[in-house]
Design a protein around this ligand. Sequence first.
Ligand code: SF4
Ligand code: SF4
Length: 399
Amino acid sequence: MVFCDVYATLVLSSKNRMVNVVMPLPIFYLFFNFGAATDILAVICLKSEDGVIMLKLPKQELMSLISELRRLGFEVIAPTRSNETVRLAALSSPSDLETDYIRIINSPRDFLLPSREPLFRYRSTATVTSYGLKIRFPTVEGPCPVTIVPEYTPPKVKIAFFGIHPCMANSIRYLDKVMLSEPADPYYKARREDMFVAVLECEEGDQYCLCKTVESYKVPEGYADLMIRRGGDGFLVRSRSKRGDELLASLKRGEVAGKPKDLVPRLKEEYAFDRTDEAGIDERDASEYVGACTLCASCTVTCPTCYCSDIEDKFSLMDPSNVERSRVRMSCQRRCYSMIAGGTTFLNTKEARFKWRLKHKFPFSERAYQLVGCVGCGNCIAFCPARIDFRKFLGRRVA
Ligand code: SF4
Ligand code: SF4
């Protein structure tokens, strides 16, 4: 119970004046649960002896936080619902915020690493001749004849993710490891730098979640400015950074601080496997799993940590010297992912591609970053048309 040793501050209205009343928690509960506090201004500060402070806010006040973030210049990206599908989108109105959901079909990655990003333009000496396109190649004709035109600069945006689940906050941590390792990716860095994150903790997952296996229900320091959880008919919001403190202080409901433990969600199924067992992945027969694979690539499109990309040059035959170079997302489940000049394809079977994906997520990432590349969201299972479940291939069900 995180609220032991707690006293509460009620902010009451009395004759048009605000009054703070401090009381022990049991009395506060009586006050709150039996309707005695009809004049509570909807915000209650809970403070423990070691300085833990939380605000209890109705959903309306949660929306005030979104409005304040927008006033501070953030583009607020939050879960929104359209029929049965919940997805992250830039909020046009704070009331579009969806807080009653388990999974989203997209992820912070789609905003930090767009599926297509123009990088720059370059001018080459390519010309159109009567027999086609003529391009001078630097290796056979001297120095590189290409001039980079720095037409694109890294985007300067202030993104606030509001109401993402802990697994998604962990996916940003993984992307940081990959994209900010030297040499850092300037495009990712520019979007990432001023980011604000408000995490909505999960009480329970569905049959596809595996956050307990990879421990992604815990949000590491630096990956949440606010932690939000349900509390009665409202939300308990606690700060985990200076910016979080400042945002909560903007509500003018009292001082904030705090450090209760992260919630451990209830899961319908739990699995255990060895994350470092590369040989085991190679040796096991995956035909039972990949037989029904349609190669649709949903597993990588909806995965919050898949970042593989290809480079695409776009030019017009009218002006072949003026080329736009873009980074476009690529899926390891596609055959062309590992195809090289001459047509050789290294991952030339479904089984090889399935195993490659898992090796990248687990042993390769563990080795390169000391962090697994799977944050346990379960999207690759939930959105797979064949419901191919990699947990059963890698390990066994334990609960
Ligand atoms: S989502 Fe399923 S069917 Fe589609 S490529 Fe991935 S494993 Fe194959
Ligand atoms: S591999 Fe699957 S469960 Fe893991 S982060 Fe990607 S989509 Fe989620």
